[in-house]
Structure formats: structure tokens, C-alpha cells
Ligand binder design. Structure first.
Ligand code: AMP
Length: 224
């Protein structure tokens, strides 16, 4: 890959628990562009108790998708901010065909386009295993793995709050989120493949190896 990018706009695709959040954070640091997680934006609204958060809470707790028009507003507003001018790593958006179309429209409106869609592949059994072993911080949203924590009652390494399982990481909800992923999000893989944008990476390697594979798929970093 010898291409260079004026603005590096990436979508990370993959089932819940495939490591999109971890990888998006690593890539954001590497390429110095923001990591935009729609799930994190929504969880923040829930934590703050905003009207939007109140509407989203029950939908998220049962593992379903928040309405497309809510997400369209969030994504347009976020991508239009100054810090996204050199690019963005989208994590959790688009999640269905309607959002797929909206994202193209938003990027066209902003005079930008998608450079790559990175698909992190992980099998369902592994997803269920991973998500039931995940703890998150109710204050700052950081995510940890149970088997990497010193005790079951661990504190957040970032802000010190006591870690809890995320409401939507219980097994029944994980299965529902996986079903929603297979029904609604997985079909986007084919649409992006046909446009020549898709790169698939094995998500069942160490986080560092996945990051390496993703960076190879992206190629040359932003040069402007
Ligand atoms: P995530 O952190 O990406 O797994 O998202 C957590 C939850 O937030 C999802 O299960 C949905 O309820 C909601 N959510 C996040 N992104 C979207 C989206 N693009 N469209 C609809 N709902 C979303």
C-alpha cells in the first residue's frame, strides 16, 4: 500500500465483543484521529440522565438498536466537529442498511469519503465467553477483562470507581445483541466488499497482533 490519505475515515465492523473499542482506541492513538463510538456516546447520555439517554436506556438494556434518526443526528453532529477534519474511526456505526446509506450521505455532505472498512472476525462462542467476562466502569466507561483484574471487586484503573458488569453484557442480552448483529449488521459486510472497501482481520489473535493487522490493512498514515 502506497496510498496516502488527506482525511482517514474508517469504519470498524464486527460483532459486539470483537474488540472494536480496544482496537479503535489503539488506531486513534496511532493515526491521531478521534475514536467515535456510538455506544459510548449513548451510554454517556444514559449516565447523564438526558432525555435522549432516558429514551435509549430500555432499548440498550434489551440489546436492541436505538432508532436510526437518533443516531443520524448524533453522527452528523460528531463528524462535523473540528477534531474529525483529518478523519475518524467509527465504532458501532453503521449498524443496519438504513445507517449505511445515512453515513454515505453524511460523509458526502462533509466532502469526505470512506477509506477502509475493517471487519474484525470473531466466532459467536468466543464472543459469549468474552462478554460474560467483561467489567466496565460506571463512571468513565473504561472496560476491563475479569481474568486480568486482581480481584472480583476491582476498582477502575482510570478513576477508581468500583467496576460492574455492563447491563447489556448478561448472557441473554449478549445472545440478543449477537442476533441483532447477524440479522442487521452482518449484511453490510457484503455491501462494503462490493465497493472494494472491506478488509477482514482475524480478531482471535492477541490485541497487539490485531492492531498490527489492522494497520497493515490501512496502509500509509495521514500525510497532511
Ligand atoms: P456498543 O457499545 O457499540 O456495543 O453499543 C451498545 C448499544 O448501544 C447497542 O446494543 C445499541 O442498543 C446501542 N447502539 C450503539 N450504536 C448504535 C447504532 N449505530 N444504532 C443503533 N443503536 C446503537
Amino acid at each position: 500500500m502506497t496510498a496516502s490519505y488527506r482525511s482517514l475515515n474508517l469504519v470498524l465492523l464486527g460483532p459486539p465483543g470483537s474488540g472494536k473499542g480496544t482496537q479503535a482506541a489503539a488506531l486513534a492513538e496511532r493515526y491521531d484521529i478521534p475514536h467515535v463510538s456510538t455506544g459510548e456516546i449513548l451510554r454517556d447520555e444514559v449516565r447523564r440522565g438526558s432525555d435522549l439517554g432516558e429514551r435509549a436506556r430500555a432499548i440498550m438494556e434489551r440489546g436492541d438498536l436505538v432508532p436510526d434518526e437518533v443516531l443520524a443526528g448524533i453522527v452528523l453532529h460528531r463528524l462535523d466537529r473540528e477534531d474529525c477534519a483529518r478523519g475518524v474511526i467509527l465504532d458501532g456505526y453503521p449498524r443496519n442498511e438504513a445507517q449505511y446509506g445515512v453515513l454515505d450521505d453524511i460523509l458526502a455532505e462533509l466532502g469526505r469519503s470512506l477509506e477502509r472498512v475493517l471487519m474484525i472476525c470473531v466466532r459467536d462462542d468466543e464472543i459469549v465467553r468474552r462478554l460474560s467476562g467483561r467489567r466496565s466502569c460506571p463512571e468513565c466507561g473504561r472496560v476491563f477483562r475479569v481474568d486480568e483484574l486482581p480481584t472480583a471487586e476491582a476498582q477502575c484503573a482510570g478513576c477508581g470507581a468500583t467496576l460492574v458488569p455492563r447491563d447489556d453484557d448478561r448472557e441473554a442480552v449478549v445472545r440478543e445483541r449477537l442476533q441483532v448483529y447477524h440479522d442487521k449488521t452482518a449484511p453490510l459486510v457484503e455491501l462494503y466488499r462490493r465497493r472494494g472497501l472491506l478488509v477482514e482481520v482475524n480478531g482471535e489473535q492477541s490485541p497487539g497482533e490485531v492492531t498490527e493487522a489492522l494497520m497493515q490493512a490501512i496502509g500509509t498514515p495521514v500525510t497532511v
